[in-house]
Design a binder for this molecule. Structure first.
Ligand code: GLY
Length: 417
């Protein structure tokens, strides 16, 4: 079977590695991929438009296309492939609105009485600023549109909140935002496979989203992840399944939305309850880098079961090990960052995989080409050992001025050992 993964980041590298383990996959392509993916798959140069990707899938006689990032999903890549009778993994355009529009997502949650933070949506700057005066800080400002993981500001000062509001609503094409109550607690990433009827949960992961140690600095796409995390008690896990997942699937049906693919549920676990922070319509990045290495079931079989609506018959098996991923970013990220920094990856321990996010080859030399550059991932028999191995490898990689957090995994009190 010829499989094409769409995207060019660490998540896509992790998906490619997982698909390559399937006996039925004969060749893996990645469009466009990166320098690390090129070591294990055939990279196909392309722009990100749906029409180019569709043409590529036909040209290469691809049997299954797997979409990594949200952009093409929100743009309707699944609808376009299905209209041409091509097999593709991911939710359609209507379903992807759960991520593509924060306003849509919050009204979905409200309509179906799914626990989430209190909120208001605004297009008008004066009304948004007036509301800010009323509710005060800390407060969360979310750009309603896609913003590569950087559209959320957790404001502790009114000035910070005002400037986030102004930035979003001053866009010439007009913006929209959600102002939502700040919830103190720990975030957990709960990803599930969904086939329109049934769902299968993945291991829980935790992302470290801010740029600096101690959860300081700007939001990034994610600076490191660990899995599995045992942040939910059994009672909370049951609550999430009943009050969040089952109500979401019932709500989708009621709204006549067919959801097939991965649904990423960002949860906030507070002292008293669990609430939905956000939905994403795809695998997480860098959650995927720690979740897929622990998946023992063939990923291709799961994806086919999702597409064919047979997920209820598919049992997911997980390794009882743990995984940690440390993101090595370019200096300056998530602001403007340096590019073309030469990188040398030496031979590393067998339990370590260097996932490439923003890399390319320049005259035969591996160089950085993005903000998040490498995701150094280790699997070990417990989380402490996985984190230690990943950091040892980070120290051995030559990547001058690399920025990485030194505290990935430290937030967690109760981990699976
Ligand atoms: N790591 C968060 C995300 O993928 O959106």
């Amino acid at each position: 079977m010829r499989v094409m993964v769409v995207g060019s980041g660490g998540r896509e590298h992790a998906i490619v590695l997982a698909l390559k383990k399937s006996k039925r996959v004969t060749e893996v392509f990645c469009a466009p991929g990166n320098a690390g993916i090129a070591q294990v798959a055939s990279c196909l140069a392309t722009d990100a438009s749906v029409s180019s990707l569709l043409a590529l899938a036909k040209e290469q006689a691809i049997d299954l296309t797997v979409v990594g990032p949200e952009g093409p999903l929100v743009a309707g890549i699944v609808d376009a492939f299905e209209a041409e009778g091509l097999q593709i993994f991911g939710p359609n355009k209507k379903a992807s609105q759960l991520e593509g529009s924060k306003v849509f997502c919050k009204s979905f949650l409200e309509r179906h009485v799914i626990p989430t933070a209190k909120h208001q949506s605004f297009k008008d700057e004066l009304l948004a600023l007036e509301y800010l005066e009323k509710v005060g800080v800390p407060i969360v400002i979310k750009d309603s549109n896609l913003a590569a993981g950087k559209g959320v500001t957790v404001a502790t000062e009114k000035e910070q909140a005002r400037s986030a509001i102004e930035n979003i609503l001053s866009a010439p094409e007009g913006g929209e935002l959600v102002i939502e109550d700040y919830l103190p607690g720990q975030e957990v990433s709960f990803l599930i496979f969904v086939d329109g009827e049934s769902y299968a949960p993945m291991l829980l992961a935790q992302d470290y989203k801010q740029a600096f140690d101690g959860d300081r600095g700007d939001m990034t796409g994610g600076m490191g992840t660990i899995a599995p995390v045992s942040l939910l008690s059994d009672a909370q896990y049951d609550y999430v399944r009943r009050e969040i997942i089952e109500k979401t699937l019932a709500g989708l049906k009621k709204d006549d939305i067919l959801y097939k693919g991965v649904l990423f549920i960002g949860l906030m676990v507070t002292e008293s309850d669990v609430k939905v922070l956000e939905f994403n319509c795809r695998f997480g990045d860098p959650e995927t880098q720690v979740v897929l290495p622990l998946l023992k079931t063939d990923l291709l079989e799961i994806m086919e079961a999702v597409i064919e609506g047979r997920l209820a018959e598919t049992r997911l098996e997980w390794s009882d090990e743990a995984a940690a991923c440390i993101i090595m970013a370019a200096p300056g990220y998530p602001g403007s960052y340096k590019k073309d920094i030469p990188i040398t990856v030496p031979e590393l321990a067998k339990n370590v995989t260097v996932i490439h996010a923003g890399t390319r080859l320049k005259e035969g030399q591996l160089v950085s080409s993005g903000g998040r550059v490498l995701g150094v991932t280790a699997v070990a028999d417990n989380l402490d050992r996985a984190i230690a191995s990943a950091y040892e490898a980070v120290e051995d990689i030559e990547f001058p001025e690399a920025h990485y957090r030194r505290d990935i995994g430290s937030r967690l009190q109760k981990t699976k050992n």
